[in-house]
Design a protein around this ligand. Sequence first.
Ligand code: PLP
Length: 379
Amino acid sequence: MQFETRCVHTGVDKDGTFNSATTPIYPSSTFRWDDLQTHRGFDYTRSGNPTRRALEENLTALEGGIDSRATCTGMSAITATMHLFQPGDQIIAGHDIYGGTYRLFDSLFRQMGIDFVFVRMSDPENVRKAMTPKTKCVWIETPSNPLLNIVDMAAICKIAKAGGAITIADNTFLSPYLQRPFEHGVDIVVHSTTKYLNGHSDVVGGCVVTNKKEHADRISYVVNALGLACSPFDAWLVLRGVKTLGPRMEAHQRGAMALAKFLDSHDRVSHVYYPGLPDHPQHDLAKRQQSGFGAMLSFELKGGRPAVEKLLKKLTLFQLAESLGGVESLIEYPDSMSHASMNEAARREAGITDSTLRVSVGIEHPDDLVADFGKALAE
Ligand SMILES: Cc1ncc(COP(=O)(O)O)c(C=O)c1O
């Protein structure tokens, strides 16, 4: 089945009682046993739930894995994967990953004895140089947040494998419609389903998708033991959102390309970060590795924070809000919002300035989005 068909149909026929066309929500926390040996596949919702299972089957199929676990946030999905490692292990990550992931690694898991090294991952040589016998994982986020640097997954996976490390990719920014990390050699894929997979800014969730039995078993154990799984209602919302993933991503991308071109030509903008622009330093890699350029873009507005504050007041279609991937367009200021959990030195090292703005382009008509920016920048 083609991708869009899998979005609509996988994991959906769960109702033998009334033959409903969509997956019912099973809010029950517990399930009756027929006798001491037999139950119908579920006994307690922390461990497993039919609605959540339907979503997990769907997400597994979309990423091309063998199993997945749907979690209550993206951060809990990332937390689950960290439990594959032991004190003394080292993990290499990009220096410009999502701020919350950076915080989780640099403060909480570092305290527990895991060592993290942050490198400029757009050059795979930096990963090769950072590898040591203690390296057990390379953490990939591509495109990176917020500056849309692209990581060459095949090259990184080759280096990690040669050094005996696994690779985990956060595929939140593109969704499996535009990028499938398993096809490039990645071992585990995580998502914040809060973003494009749900797509409607009305749920927080995450998932871990695996393609090897040892990882699937361990992640399933960890998610149950730590109690990280998402609620049946949240699972149902994400399952509903996923059905329109393909058409939404197409609409998101149309708007993003139009806005990127407009901003790139505007004299009040000094730089646009969007892999779809031919002058993006990794435009060719993005073309090769992704099946589209996505709908996240960032740019540098001339005039620093005062100019930023003025612009934010004038935009009408772009809500000043964190998060991304919903149908409505959002704009945010990484320096004090999404990346505030990094210290200033780490933000500057990652290339985030006091003039950087990040946009999550929604599915509104591209002409309206461009006109809104045109007006706000002209005033
Ligand atoms: C790339 C990326 N990964 C993970 C997360 C964390 O997801 P959540 O907010 O659902 O916990 C985010 C949140 O913004 C993100 O942008």
